[in-house]
Design a protein around this ligand. Sequence first.
Ligand SMILES: Cc1cc2nc3c(=O)[nH]c(=O)nc-3n(C[C@H](O)[C@H](O)[C@H](O)COP(=O)(O)OP(=O)(O)OC[C@H]3O[C@@H](n4cnc5c(N)ncnc54)[C@H](O)[C@@H]3O)c2cc1C
Length: 535
Amino acid sequence: MKGKLLFDYIVIGSGPAGAVIAKTLTDDKKTSVLLIEAGENRDQDQPIMDSTFAPELEESFFPNYFWQGEGVPQENLDDRSFEWTTGRLLGGGSSINGEQYVRPTSAVFKEWEQLLGPMWSPDKAIRRFKRLENYNGDTNNTAARGFHGRIDIRQAPEAPTALAEKLTLAIEQATGFPPILDYNDPNTPLGPFTRWQLYQKPNGQRESSSTAFLSSNIMTPTGQGKNGRKLTVYFKTTALRVLFHRKRAIGVEVLKEGKRIRAYSRKKIIISAGINSAQLLMLSGIGPAKTLKASGIPVIHHNPNVGQRLTNHTLNFAVFSTNPDDPALPADDPNALYTGGAFLPDPNGDNPDRRAVQLIGIGSEGQLTIALLYLRPQSRGSITVQNNDPLTIVLGNEGFLSNPSDMEAVKNIYKIYIRNIASELAQIDPSIRLISPTLDIIEDDSKLEQFIKENFDHNHHQQSSLRMAPINKGGVVDRFGKVHGVKDLIVADASIIPFTVDGNTSSAAFLIGYTIASQLRYKTSRSRYAERDEE
Ligand SMILES: Cc1cc2nc3c(=O)[nH]c(=O)nc-3n(C[C@H](O)[C@H](O)[C@H](O)COP(=O)(O)OP(=O)(O)OC[C@H]3O[C@@H](n4cnc5c(N)ncnc54)[C@H](O)[C@@H]3O)c2cc1C
């Protein structure tokens, strides 16, 4: 058709998954890709580039960088509701997030492998992380780390503050876990440490999927591939739905700078829209038939699993007073952002070798806050469209604490870890005192429950709403990301995570994008660039 916009692949969303896919697929200089991104390229804006803005971004959700939205009131949290958002700019969540780089442990990938086969094994995952990362830090296991990939990872700060050392010592004494040098070394997934690994360039500026994979040597500022790369990026363009011919995905309808247009693909459409991917599938006719019909959406394929099994980590806080002369970050490295931390097992669980808790030291004037994440929640939520209008927000129900075992786990983190860490900290430095929650709250079960509810938050680690699994195991996509029941449609992003990851989610999104793109390249071109995963 004359004037028809036609590409080999169309990728929706430029977050960690979408950006790595767009770059990888166009590396051969033959394959054409249209990358659709609702936001703009804001890489040069100071709040995006300058890492010291990360904490403010995480709290303020500025409308110029974030999708604006709220989840449904949470029944188990006194009907409080929470932000339902991700980055709405080139780089997606990776352009606005807290910059922590945490790979899932091998225990998680063993589960993936059992369900999905060797393509997702711990060894394969490590091999791919090595290709992706350029680690600028210390490790006892160089064989497990990458030093030539495109994603700059900085272990920071060079010299930890005394406060970070005190926290690490207190955690060691309270838990018995000795300090670790590199929590991303598969041999040392547990223990306290003074230095986080951050998505940062060596100079401390933010590294995002945009700066790593869509940088000025890959494309022009207006989104045209450089040096023969057949990449086109449409900014300010929102995908409304995928178009089908019978059961084959053939194109995408989008709103480009206010105009409705259609673009078509010769090969495949890849949805990498993060928390919006479930909505896009449903608007395109894939989901629970009853919901789709009630919303006036023609059903292309009935799959009741779409939007189910939404999982997110829990987040709570413990606040300590500190000596104001004891700075949380070194004066010469404010980009270091965090003041030590730890990965620990469930304090009351039956698996002492398995990571279940993340502690993050965060300093401010005269205070040290420990953020505590429970990484193995059993609660599940859901995402549902309200109608067939793409501009109507979904009902994102996170289902926080809907499984009572999660409340028990969080209580135990306070009762065992926080109480003991507080006692060790007070001995190491009497000026470090637990001020919230107070000990009397920690010792009283019902007061502690109320405190946890009021203090509750989340770290935007939404995952698994479009689970990568067979249909009879709650699946929406297969191990290659292909959507069950239709042809030439893939979802590749954090929403297909099959088993909850035990750390921040963006590394898994990068891995998923890279793995699926590598598979596509191998299958289509069998070129020398392609990774053969089934070898
Ligand atoms: C405040 C905050 C702090 C976080 N901190 C950390 C951290 O420290 N470390 C970490 O690892 N993870 C962190 N995360 C989580 C992490 O950023 C996400 O898990 C990750 O970005 C998910 O990657 P993704 O590729 O699945 O999707 P996203 O990064 O969400 O990217 C999706 C992209 O698709 C675009 N898009 C969506 N819908 C459409 C549409 N209809 N049309 C066109 N484009 C569309 C979006 O604009 C966005 O650019 C944080 C997240 C938030 C929000």
